[in-house]
Design a protein around this ligand. Structure first.
Ligand SMILES: [Fe+2]
Length: 329
């Protein structure tokens, strides 16, 4: 079994860069071994921007509107230009607490700003802060805008889990936000999402694939108290299911059983850059556009986004870039 080639770079001048190169066709328990290359061959098939957690705030609180605009201006300056944007959820911030008209206005404000500052096609995943009215007890829970309804209708998405192909790569967006009756939520794939994921992977087992969710399947950030915290209960460590997926084991089971060529599992939610590699699959938590909810960097991780260069041989290069935002307070 050969080992991957990795390159990590960190620069504090202007932006933080963390780059990882992993050879395509890596031998793992999930798929057969393939050709090993230390560097990607030729030009990337695709450049994809992974941006997540904008948390646009009501009445431009903490200058979040200017921050979002500054982020998209930095995206506009990228060369080569990205082919499209994957957005990891949490477009807006206060949506679960707002009434429906206010939630509509906030989401519409986000979409107006987005369209004003980028022409790139954008594929959105759903975040827990995109839930409408779930923390507002005065609202009618039967209203079609309640919960995920507002997001679905405003973004014109029939389903929040969907898939597409670009440049020989497969992209699967999977909704993993599971609302609870008391207005809270956990991270979990429902039976429908797991079935959808399995059928997509079974249909295209050879294609290099990127999965995008909001809540990370796995993370060490709670263990390190960088985002959230684990709790010691007797001899056990407990991680809140609002931070990471309650049933990541089901995801892993699907990956093993389908033997699909999943290269990356992208997530947002924790607002801190992290990468974990298991059996050739890279689980990448992509920082946040808003950093520490528009109050600066999140424990040292600045406001930013991830640039992914995806190569025809299945290699992926990931680079996190800050856009040098100066927080309001
Ligand atoms: Fe978030």
């Amino acid at each position: 079994m050969s080992s991957p080639t990795k390159i990590f770079r960190v620069s504090r001048r202007g932006f933080l860069v963390r780059t990882a190169l992993i050879a395509g066709g890596m031998a793992s328990g999930l798929r057969g071994s393939g050709a090993q290359t230390a560097t990607p061959g030729g030009a990337p098939a695709l450049r994809v921007l992974f941006a997540t957690d904008a948390h646009l705030m009501v009445d431009d609180a903490l200058r979040s509107e200017q921050g979002l605009a500054a982020c998209l201006e930095a995206v506009r300056e990228l060369r080569p230009e990205p082919d499209f944007i994957l957005f990891g959820g949490d477009l807006t911030h206060e949506t679960p607490e707002l009434d429906f008209p206010s939630a509509e206005r906030l989401l519409d404000r986000f979409l107006t700003l987005w369209r004003a500052h980028t022409d790139l096609p954008t594929f959105f995943a759903f975040g827990n802060h995109d839930l409408a009215g779930t923390k507002n007890r005065a609202l009618d829970r039967e209203d079609p805008r309640f919960g995920k309804g507002l997001f679905r209708s405003r973004l014109g998405l029939e389903r929040l889990s969907y898939a597409f192909e670009k440049g020989g790569w497969r992209f699967i967006i999977v909704d993993d936000v599971t609302p609870e009756p008391d207005g809270s939520y956990i991270g979990a794939f429902g039976a429908q999402e797991l079935s959808f994921l399995r059928s997509e992977l079974e249909a295209h087992p050879q294609a290099p694939t990127v999965i995008c969710t909001h809540i990370p399947p796995v993370s060490v950030l709670p263990s390190l108290s960088i985002t959230g915290a684990v709790e010691v209960v007797g001899t056990r460590l407990e991680t809140p299911a609002s931070l990471v997926l309650a049933n990541a084991r089901e995801l892993h089971r699907v990956l093993v059983e389908t033997k699909a060529d999943v290269k990356l599992v992208l997530a947002g939610h924790l607002h801190h850059l992290e990468e974990i590699q298991v059996d050739g699959v890279r689980y990448l938590t992509g920082g946040a556009i808003c950093g520490n909810w528009w109050k600066g960097s999140q424990n040292g991780c600045p406001e930013g986004f991830t640039v992914l260069d995806l190569y025809p041989d299945g290699t992926a290069r990931a680079e996190y870039r800050s856009y040098n935002w100066k927080a309001a307070g």
